[in-house]
Ligand binder design. Structure first.
Ligand code: PLP
Length: 407
């Protein structure tokens, strides 16, 4: 008799986006005359930068010739892309990362979900609350938690991110081995300073722990003081793995390209307390279970680093950041306190009422879709997340409607 992995049965059904979709569908059935503006899901809306499109077209043409055709590529990514990443994303910022420490993949979702395979089942996990749900669910699947009780899984150390700590969690008060951090943050849009990040790096060193640093929204940072990479912090190479993605920085959510950095010094321990380098383990995992991102997509990602590509990506992000400003300004004028939007595409708004109640209010009275904060964890209750991923015209219209509904 084949038994299932019963840890899967502990997972909480992902009600969040299906619940949102259901409520929106009901609203649209009841009000066919009203158009709904979606500021809920964090998916980009603008087309790919021209430099990426041109590079992708050229690569497809190469594949159409005998001389230019490419079959399986290196699982870790082509050198042209890994070199461009190391140079532009890290070395240019004084962060010491080499090309062969970069593993190109088809998404930060897969990478942040798969990385936990490298660690023992009894690793103690620390997770921010609210959180990008992938970190939690993949650890539930792996059997690192007990059951779900009162809105939380037993066995997880939750790191509350609240107004009291300006949405940057405090160090855990009980021992942990693996720490997930995400800055700029989804869902709160909050950021972390170099000094604050140094505290986490030092903690990881002192406690033989490892930080999984998700920098999927790094490209939205405009404050020159803020770190773009954890490797800008001294000592991080031994205790941190970093995840990046072209999804939001270059509009690749449907194109799929991302990467993970595993420095050669990065270690965990075996049961005898011996040091084990993580780079060869992740390399083994990546090569065994993944066969590389397609050549045209890697050429498109490489084009992000061309002078035109950089300028076009900057413009793309500036459009979303300008939307975020419009959202923040409007909510502020309505008397709501919020965080995010300056260096992130998300605005995290304290609604002072149940998250779903606020969601229904915005949908029914303004025809605007948000994401209820409670869907990201217990600490998200009372909040909503508005996303800046939409056209400026839609954002202006949405905020005008919200002004009329709440004002
Ligand atoms: N990490 C965070 C924090 C995200 O919000 C997202 C997507 O929304 C991802 C990773 C996934 O990125 P990708 O599209 O590269 O899988």
């Amino acid at each position: 008799m084949l038994k299932v992995n019963e840890h899967y049965l502990k997972l909480q059904a992902s009600y969040l986006f299906s619940d949102i979709a259901k409520r929106v569908a009901t609203f649209q059935t009841n009000h066919p005359e009203r158009d709904v503006i979606k500021l809920g899901i964090g998916d980009v809306t603008n087309p790919l930068p021209e430099a990426c499109i041109n590079a992708m077209h050229a690569a497809v043409d190469e594949m159409a010739t005998t001389a230019g055709f490419r079959g399986y590529g290196p699982e870790q990514g082509y050198d042209f892309l890994r070199d461009a990443i190391a140079k532009n994303d890290f070395q240019a910022r004084g962060a010491e990362v080499q090309s062969d420490e970069i593993f190109v993949s088809d998404g930060a979702k897969c990478d942040t979900g798969n990385i936990q395979e490298l660690f023992a089942t009894d690793a103690r996990i620390a997770l921010p609350d609210p959180v990008y749900p992938v970190y939690l669910d993949t650890n539930v699947m792996a059997g690192r938690t007990g059951t779900f009780k009162d809105g939380r899984f037993e066995g997880i150390v939750y790191l509350d991110s609240t107004k009291a700590n300006n949405y940057v969690p405090d160090l855990p008060t009980e021992p942990v081995d693996l720490i997930y951090l995400c800055f700029p943050n989804n869902p709160t849009g909050s950021t972390i300073t170099k000094e604050q990040l140094k505290v986490w790096v030092d903690y990881a060193k002192d406690n033989k722990a490892l930080i999984l640093f998700d920098a999927a929204y790094e490209a939205f940072i405009r404050d020159p003081q803020l770190p773009h990479s954890i490797y800008e912090i001294e000592g991080a190479r031994e205790v941190a793995i970093e995840f990046r993605s072209y999804s939001k920085s270059a509009g690749f959510t449907g194109t799929r390209c991302a990467y993970t950095v595993v420095p050669k010094e990065c270690i965990a321990y075996d049961s005898q307390g011996g040091k084990q380098a993580l780079h060869p383990l992740w390399n083994r995992r990546h090569c065994t279970k993944f066969n590389g991102v397609s050549y045209p997509v890697q050429r498109a990602a490489e084009a992000v680093y061309s002078p035109e590509g950089m300028a076009q990506c900057q413009t793309l992000i500036d459009v979303y950041l300008a939307n975020a400003k419009i959202i923040g300004k409007a909510m502020g004028e309505l008397g709501y306190s919020y965080v995010g939007g300056d260096n992130a595409p998300y605005i995290w708004i304290w609604g002072n009422r149940d998250s779903w109640e606020f969601f229904d209010l915005l949908l029914n009275e303004a025809g605007v879709v948000c994401t209820p904060g409670a869907g990201f964890g217990k600490c998200g209750q009372g909040y909503i997340r508005l996303s800046a991923f939409n056209s400026e015209a839609n954002v202006v219209e949405a905020m005008e409607r919200i002004r009329l509904a709440l004002g």
